[in-house]
Each structure stands twice: as C-alpha cells, then as structure tokens.
Ligand binder design. Sequence first.
Ligand code: ADP
Length: 460
Amino acid sequence: MNFSLRNRIAFFYIVATALLTVLLFTTVYYVVSDTVYDHLDSDLDSEAAEIFNNLVILQNDIIFANPFEWTEREHGQVEVNPVFIQITDSRGAVLKKTPNLGKVKLRVDTLLLSKHYLSTTLSGSPTRQMQTPIQNPTGKVLGFIIISIPLEESALVLENLRWVLLIAFPLVLLLLFLISRFIAGKSISPINKVILTAQHITRENINERIELPPHKDEIFKLTSTVNKLLDRLEDAVLREKQFTSDASHELRTPLAVIKGTLEVLIRKPREVEQYENKIKYCIGEVDRMSGLVEQLLMLARYESGKIKPLISEINVNALLSSVISRNKELIRKKKIEINISGSDGIIVCADQSMLEVILDNLLSNAVKYSSERSVIDFVAEKKDTGIILTLKDYGIGMTPDQSSRIFDRFYRADESRNSDVHGNGLGLSIVKKLSDLQGLKITLVSKPSEGSAFSILFNG
Ligand code: ADP
C-alpha cells in the first residue's frame, strides 16, 4: 500500500493513542464501578450492624429483640430505595424476612461461612446482596442474615459511563487522527518544496539551488546536503564539459595542421624531397593524435570502473629495469644518468600493469622536463607506514600553484616553457586515476629550477 509519510505518522500516532486511551478508559470504568460497589457494600454493612443490634444470640437460638421493627420500618412497602432483609437458620430455612419481599426468597448459600457480597438479580432486577453468618459466642453458625438492595441506579450510572466511553473512544481517535495528519502535513511541507525544486533541476539549470528553510533543523540539514550534492554534480558536469572541449581542441589542432599542409602541398607540383618532408610531418601529427586517442580511451576505460586492479607481489628491481628499458631511447637521447638505490629485495603489492603505466609516465616526464646530461634518482625506502618509492629529477621543477593542478586532465604547466616538449596533459591524470584505483598515495615535492620528486606510498 502506498501510504504517504504524513498518513504514516498520523497512523502510528493514532495506534499509540488508541492503546493509551483503552488503558485510560478501562481504568476510569473500573475505578468508578469499584467506588459504586464500595458505597453499596458499606450501606449493606451498616444495615447488617443495625440488624445485629436487634438480635439476641443465645447458645443455640436467635431471639428477635424488636419484633415490631420488621413491619414498622421502611421495609413495609416497595419504596424508592427499598432494602430487602431475610434471616435464615443454619440450613437456609427462612426465620424472618421483610414484608417487601412478599413470596420471594433471597438466595442463600449455607456453605459460605464468612461475609460475602455479590451482584445478582431479584425478580429480574439487578441487586447487590450481602450474606453474613450469625454465630454464637463459641463461633457456631446459627443462621444467616441476607440483605439485598436494588442496583438499578448504580447500574444505570455504570451503563451510561460505559456508553459514553465507547462512543467517545472512536470519536477521540478520529479527531486525533485528523489533527495529527494536519500537523504532520504542516511539518513535512518543506520537504515537498525540496522535492519540487530538486525535480526541475536538470543539466541545463544545474546552478540552481534549493532555498534553505529558516530554522536549523533536520530539513535544513537535508536541504543543505542536497545543495552540496548539487555543487558536486555541477562541478562534475563543468569538468566533463571542459574535458570534451579540451579533447576536441587537442584533436582539431593537429587535424587543421595536417589539412593545411596537404592543401599547400597539392597546390603545385613539388620536389620529391618536399613531399617526403611534409608527409613525414603529417605522419608525426597523426602519431600524436593516435597517442592522444589511446590515452583518452585508457582514461575512459579506467573511469568506467569496470577494470579492477589485480594485486600481486612485485619485485621493485625487476619493475624498474623494465620501465627504464622501455624509455631507454628517450634517456639515451638526452644522455640522462639514472641512479637506483635501496630497491634490492624490496617487494611491493600492486597491479603490475597499472604500476608500469604509472612509472612509465613519471619517468618519461622526468626525462622530458630535465635538461641534457641531467640525473634521475630512483629511491626505495622501507618506513613504518609502508614502502615509499621516489622518483627525483633535477629538471625545471614547478611552482606550488602548478604542482596543485598537474593531476587535472589536459593541464600543462606554463605552455610556453614546454612548447618544444610534446605532451597533452593527460599523463598525470592517468597516473592519479590508476593510483586511486589501487589505493596508492602519490605526493609531490617540487621547486622551480631545482627539480621535482614524485613519491608513491605502498601501504605496509
Ligand atoms: P604532459 O603530457 O604535458 O607531460 P602530464 O599530465 O604528464 O602531461 O603532465 C602535466 C604537466 O605537469 C606537464 O605539462 C608539466 O608542465 C608538468 N610536469 C609533469 N612532470 C613534471 C616534472 N617531472 N617536472 C616538471 N614539470 C612536470
């Protein structure tokens, strides 16, 4: 069943109230009925005491001291509040009774040897009756006094009370249900506002935010949480837009260059050497483009979250030699010297191919941004926190502002300084993505003109 929150709150509230009301009403009813019966029973007691005063109890006999009392008192006629009295012997045979009983006999239980009250009927009308034994001084039961008074008035009071409570119960519940539904509806109405605003926010108007309620309550918290979520979404959408425009720009430029070169080339017949040079140039541009597309595909693959790292134990020495050998052309061209220290016998846990991509990028950058005949150090250290592998170059370095942005996609620190160094600003964003996937931490210490040190922390 599709129950709205407002109805659910009202329903739970009403169930709790119903239970409490049943408890309260039952208590009220029993307290009133107990009081009524107590009152009647004390009337019966005083009536019995009066009768005992008029009895002379001998060893084996009962003598009625005031025989005229029976006819003279209020028992002669059927009155507004009559009292019916009957005295029996120990076997239940009637010795005396008030005339208002006529031929009727009050019920007696000869086995009951102590005072006893009960609600019963007399000629079809409800009565409250008391039976008490008449005992001689030695405790022998000589007979019984039975006194009965009509219950009609009290029964009417209780009956009325029962009806009032039974009718009041559903009415009170219905009223409370409507009130609590109204209050619940009022208190959750700000949520509807949140829902309405959130519903019409799309990619196009993602800069809109939900208005914060005046009170700093849970709804305020919910609204500000949704607003913060929108901030993050807006950020992601903007980054995605930026990424698409950067990627198309990166591809459009070499395409325009190739097109221009070829158009100039076919304008008139040229020397074979000229053709060769221009075509070689175009091939270089196509290579760059396919490198960029490959990196974009790699990023997209890793970002899709479908590729999970395959963690294994990796020997750092073997890893470094394969990374260096893959980059040996670059290293040889710039006559760079590579020093490795502390890596003997060191084993790290990571995804082998992902770690190779990370180190390939870091090493090729270190070579690209170092001057000729420079040095690059690989240092492995065992620390309490785990193993740290640092790659340090003594190249152009970066300012703190540049260092904080180099992991962004397509970011290239100061285009002019590396205009002669090819790159597209994607390498380090791939490094970041791959280290995040494996839970590796990358830190950077860099200073302009002094060099940069990238450290990878493998948790111990
Ligand atoms: P690119 O293809 O431009 O090298 P990266 O994502 O690998 O792209 O690097 C982003 C930018 O970070 C580079 O353009 C460069 O300015 C800076 N950078 C990266 N590594 C180094 C380094 N070892 N020394 C100086 N600058 C670096």
